[in-house]
Design a protein around this ligand. Structure first.
Ligand code: C2E
Ligand code: CA
Ligand code: CA
Ligand code: CA
Length: 275
């Protein structure tokens, strides 16, 4: 038993070493990737939950390194946040997304994720204005998604940044509601245009009545605030129907489509041309 414990400890150390090595590899490849524009957005549609009409697309960052292979945003975004590369990376995705969306039919919007590091940095509003100016995208067609982590830092500062962003004409979205430090008070303390309920609710809503109550309550509060509610991670028609019944306005998920390179997907291109 003693030797098993020992070998387990060695295996654990090896795992840590591999993880650290991987992290360093990703870290050192990042700057180059941003500079060479190897990181780019793919787009996942979101829809009117009742009619199925496509209302726009969320930009999701992708990176395929020539030696390391595909690296997911759940890995490289946190790394970019610690190295500071998130600033240039974030601006790159924002620019790309706005340029792409400027070619879509008039009403389709584009939604871009903002990292908390990017959000709390003074240059953000300028980056947003620049992206809008370069692309000539109507500001009302740009949505900016932030997560609850921006709300727990400095509420006064966060509120003023959100208001500044809204002054540019863009819309602000609370992403991943229902995870982490979620609180219903976050809904009323900030001027959201949209609230996205996290995918974890879809996985449990069928089994837990209290989940259903929470979703219905979020919808009620949002409606009073004039905000719309999107449910994320819809994979089946049954889930769509369920959350439609709870009053959600929009839906996103594999049921409608996976994130895609728009120019590589004739179906979506046709769709966006005729929408
Ligand atoms: P998120 O903003 O919550 O994005 C939704 C994630 O759920 C995406 O993962 C998407 O591919 C996935 N998803 C969508 N529909 C379904 C579904 O029906 N079922 C399942 N199982 N998954 C679904 P992805 O693209 O791997 O992105 C992960 C996270 O990385 C994002 O979560 C976001 O927080 C972050 N991220 C991605 N791109 C960017 C970016 O450009 N900037 C920043 N700051 N963060 C980004
Ligand atoms: Ca998002
Ligand atoms: Ca989300
Ligand atoms: Ca998420």
């Amino acid at each position: 038993a003693k030797s098993t414990g020992k070998s387990r400890a060695i295996a654990y150390k090896d795992t840590l070493r591999i993880q650290m090595y991987r992290r360093q590899e990703v870290e050192s490849a990042l700057k180059e990737a941003v500079k060479n524009h190897d990181i780019y957005p793919v787009f996942q549609s979101y829809h009117d939950i009742l009619t199925g009409t496509c209302l726009g697309f969320e930009a999701l960052a992708r990176w395929c390194h020539k030696e390391l292979g595909p690296i997911g945003p759940d890995e490289f975004i946190p790394t970019a946040e610690t190295t500071g590369d998130i600033i240039n990376l974030g601006a790159l995705i924002l620019d790309d997304a706005c340029l792409e969306a400027a070619g879509w039919r008039e009403k389709a919007s584009v939604s871009v994720n903002l990292s908390t590091v990017q959000f709390l940095r003074p240059g953000l509003v300028k980056d947003v204005s620049n992206a809008l100016a370069k692309s000539r995208l109507e500001p009302s067609r740009l949505k900016l998604e932030v997560t609850e982590s921006v709300l727990i830092s400095d509420k006064v500062r966060t509120l003023s940044i959100l208001q500044e962003l809204q002054k540019t004409g863009t819309r602000i979205v609370l992403d991943d509601f229902g995870t982490g430090y979620s609180s219903l008070s976050y809904l009323v303390q900030f001027p959201w245009d949209e609230i996205k309920i996290d995918r974890s609710f879809v996985e449990t809503a069928g089994t837990y009545a209290e989940m259903q109550n929470v979703v219905s309550m979020v919808v009620r509060i949002a409606s009073q605030l004039g905000a719309v509610v999107t449910i994320e991670g819809i994979e089946t028609e049954a889930q769509r129907a369920l959350f439609s019944g709870f009053g959600c306005h929009m839906a996103q998920g594999y049921f409608y489509g996976r994130p895609q390179k728009l120019d590589k997907l004739p179906g979506l291109v046709d769709q966006r041309a005729t929408l």
